[in-house]
Design a protein around this ligand. Sequence first.
Ligand code: UDP
Length: 241
Amino acid sequence: MPEKVEILGVPVDAVTMAEAVSRVEGFIASREPHLIATANAEMLMRATHDPALRDILCDADMVTPDGAGTVWAAHHLGHAMPERVAGYDMAQELMRIAPQKGYRLYFFGSAPGVADKAKAKAEALYPGIEIVGTRNGFFTEADEPAIVAKIQAAKPDILLAALGVPKQEKWLKKYKDVLGVPVCIGVGGTFDVMAGVMKRAPHWMQRAKLEWLFRGMMQPKRAGRLLALPKFVLKVHASRK
Ligand code: UDP
């Protein structure tokens, strides 16, 4: 069992992408519901002042190191953290093996039309993939029973929820057991990227560990959120024993 590294009170699994995928396969085989979160620096910072989110992450079946900040933090605290396991990349890995393994997926979240475009993209990229339903991520509480019923009826093995942090984690926590889906993952902007609504940082920027800067530049309204990163660095450093 890979080690868990505690970063600002949240245990993050020190897994490689291959290990993360193999654990997902085990979760699917068990048929029991599981919740997976992909923790970047922003999510870990938010968890320090959102106790409900922190509890969900502490309770999650797997928390992957999504982003250079999380990997850096583990190393700075003196632990091994083999590589970044971003939600977008893990989702692609799972879709890649889905046709041959017979895994069924459900896409829940993002603006109207985006999940459908992401579905079309997935069907082009991964021939034979079964996306058994889509639903956009804008709804009221009154809509939730119908959303739950649709997902239950579609019987996916993997539910990708892209409602943003922490909405997706809180929604999945609330409904995970009644949904009965073996693997529920919060995947943030994954459908936006697949649908071409949002660009992902170019590879050279990802390699230079600058994906956070790219996202801040592409979405000026989130530029304020860029400050979370230096704050994260200081907080992790201060937490070092
Ligand atoms: N989103 C949604 N419902 C909401 C709010 C956001 O489906 O009520 C979607 C939004 O359209 C986007 C995704 O959530 O596709 C992720 O949003 P964002 O990039 O702001 O989130 P984060 O980076 O925090 O995961």
